[in-house]
Design a binder for this molecule. Structure first.
Ligand SMILES: [Zn+2]
Length: 101
């Protein structure tokens, strides 16, 4: 049972996400979805968003099991709660930057 995963610990619940993702060789930020084999860039959090079929950041997974999706959605909720507004502000700022000339 050898699986390659980073010990980055970007999210407290990354372990669950890693069950459904596989690190793509060459870049640890690229994770391959085990359900649909799409490669998600941006790490395990992005993969979890992909599995949760969250709107916005990533394309949602079409093959994810309903059970898995439910669990991931729950975990992402927790994660966002803990992370607070920091991430949100970063995204908003990013959008503003794009809008600016
Ligand atoms: Zn997928």
């Amino acid at each position: 049972m050898s699986r390659s995963r980073s010990k980055e610990g970007a999210t407290p619940d990354a372990d669950y996400g890693w069950r459904w993702g596989e690190v793509v060789e060459g870049s640890r930020n690229n994770v391959k979805c085990k359900f649909c084999e799409i490669i998600v860039t941006g790490g395990i959090t992005r993969l979890e968003e992909h599995l949760a079929v969250e709107k916005g950041n990533v394309k949602g997974c079409e093959n994810v099991f309903a059970e898995v999706r439910k669990k991931i959605v729950e975990q992402l909720k927790e994660y966002h709660k803990e992370k607070g507004k920091a991430e949100e502000e970063r995204i908003i700022r990013g959008k503003n930057m794009i809008r600016r000339p």
